[in-house]
Write a protein that binds this ligand. Sequence first.
Ligand code: IMP
Length: 178
Amino acid sequence: MPVIYVHDKPFQPYISQEEISTRVQEIAHTIEKDYRGKIPLFIAVLNGSFMFASDLFKALNNPAEICFIKLASYKGTRSSGHLITSIGLDVDLIGRDVIVLEDIVDTGKTMTGFLPQLLHQQPASLKVCTLLYKQEATRYPVSIDYRGFIIPDKFVVGYGLDYDGLGRNLSAIYQLAE
Ligand code: IMP
């Protein structure tokens, strides 16, 4: 399979479209079983999760809702470091069964900052579903409930993930070639 270039960097094929599709179907079936009789609310984190969210949502046969948010990180006024806030979350979470959809969990910093804010809104339950999980890159431990693939700590693009804005439209996932 040929190496492709995104900006100036070479990437090699890593997870095929077929492998992604199979795994997405499997996750959807697991979620269907786990949420039988409930109406889960998916919160998809833009931009990277849009393809995963779309395919997973289509693969679900049970009733479910979805909304999309963006996360913005900014420096706190004191020594609190980066704070993460959500933009566009206009759904009441009280008593809801919430599943956060991410494209990739890398260090875990984003989710560690964001999940307490969701818990603060008193959902009935809160789970995390990520397509990719760089387990060995974890610096901020996050409990992941559903994951597609555990991958090494190497940069990837495609299927929604970008390198400096490009690469999101690739149907497969490509890994930075050494
Ligand atoms: P974390 O806060 O370190 O877990 O990083 C999560 C975010 O970093 C993801 O939502 C992505 O936007 C970005 N990211 C981390 N690793 C990659 C990668 O390999 N390719 C593209 N984006 C990545």
